[in-house]
Design a protein around this ligand. Structure first.
Ligand SMILES: [Zn+2]
Length: 337
């Protein structure tokens, strides 16, 4: 049953190769209205929004274009600023991989301490088009409380698909929110040229967590991104946390890669949403991880037990921020940064 639900969302490549670098994701914090010109190298030249206050603590934006992404990130951090990285796609001829091709705000602009600097760099290895990502929208309309081993051959058993959380304010169930975010994530990744598979595109399915992992194994997915929302007895708890497989023999082979993906996605999704990062968490108790032979992460996109975050996650605008941030992090990981 699950096999027939496989959906090849994208089989096409992105924009034609050989064109000037194009910021793959234009819906983020790089305001198009700020772009005043584009020089011959394809670098976007933007007008910085000068800090209107006469504060003495203004920070000068370092020159980043032409530097390696690692050096650029170090410079931004050393200046007391925050960094968001983007991947230029497609690969432009004559541009060295791993090198920053544009930045915003412009060099020498004065900004407030901690301000976000967006730097776009050239992909190191080809383009995102060579990769397959499986997206698993957590849960389903009806839980499947029948038990399955928590990992291959285990005597410990868990529900095939748990019920999930429900919005304390909106009363919207987790399975609907995860699908809404996942569909936007699919579109964001497709826009970057990634080939995307979906575990499900409707709510009325019955796909055990072991089977969800098997879909990624069969497809040889480069990354499995599982979308969930959190719940807590503490109604004040809010923010995003990203889980990766760790701590047992089943997942030993995918732990390092999965953690790297979790780090990239967590940084990007927190930057895109402004949400609190609760950090990463290595987990040995997730069936969907334990059956996977492919690098996998779970993005817990917020707490449905927190009224404000529940309402926020229910908006299309915030779902889009989540999707764009996750997509940025996924592509960063795929391209080896
Ligand atoms: Zn969940």
């Amino acid at each position: 049953m699950a096999g027939s639900l496989l959906t090849w969302a994208a089989l096409t490549f992105g924009a034609s190769r050989g064109a000037s670098p194009v910021v793959a994701n234009s819906s983020g914090p790089l305001p198009s209205s700020s772009i005043t010109s584009q020089d011959g190298s394809g670098s976007v030249v933007a007008t910085a929004s000068q800090n209107a206050t006469a504060g003495v603590a203004d920070v000068e934006v370092p020159v980043l274009v032409g530097k390696s992404i690692q050096v650029a990130e170090a410079l931004v951090t050393a200046a007391g600023l925050t960094v968001q990285t983007r991947v230029a796609d497609p690969v432009a001829p004559g541009v060295v991989p791993g090198v920053v091709v544009s930045q915003w705000p412009a060099p020498n602009a004065l900004v407030s301490p901690g301000a976000q600097i967006v730097i776009t760099y050239q992909a190191r290895i080809g383009t995102a088009a060579q990769y397959i990502v499986l997206i698993d929208p957590g849960h389903q309309q009806k839980a499947n409380t029948a038990l399955e081993p928590v990992g291959p051959g285990s005597t410990q058993r868990k529900a095939k698909v748990a019920g999930g959380a429900t919005g304390v304010a909106t009363h919207i169930p987790e399975y609907k929110q995860t699908l809404a975010i996942a569909l936007k994530l699919r579109d964001a990744l497709v826009a970057k040229g990634v080939k995307v598979l979906m575990v499900r595109t409707t709510n009325d399915v019955d796909i055990p967590n072991s089977k969800r992992a098997a879909i990624g194994n069969t497809a040889k997915a480069d990354l499995v991104v599982r979308i969930h929302l959190n719940g807590s007895a503490d109604s004040g708890m809010h923010g995003i946390t990203t889980l990766y497989p760790s701590g047992n023999a089943w997942v030993a082979a995918i732990t390092v890669a999965s953690k790297k993906a979790a780090q990239a996605v967590d940084a990007a999704v927190v930057a895109a949403t402004g949400a609190v990062s609760l950090g990463l968490s290595g987990r040995s108790d997730m069936s969907g991880f334990n059956y996977s032979t492919r690098p996998s992460i779970i993005v817990e996109c917020g707490f449905l037990s927190n009224a404000a975050e529940d309402k926020l996650v229910a908006t299309a605008a915030y779902q889009q921020k989540l999707a764009d941030g996750i997509a940025t992090g996924v592509v960063s990981y795929l391209l080896g940064q």
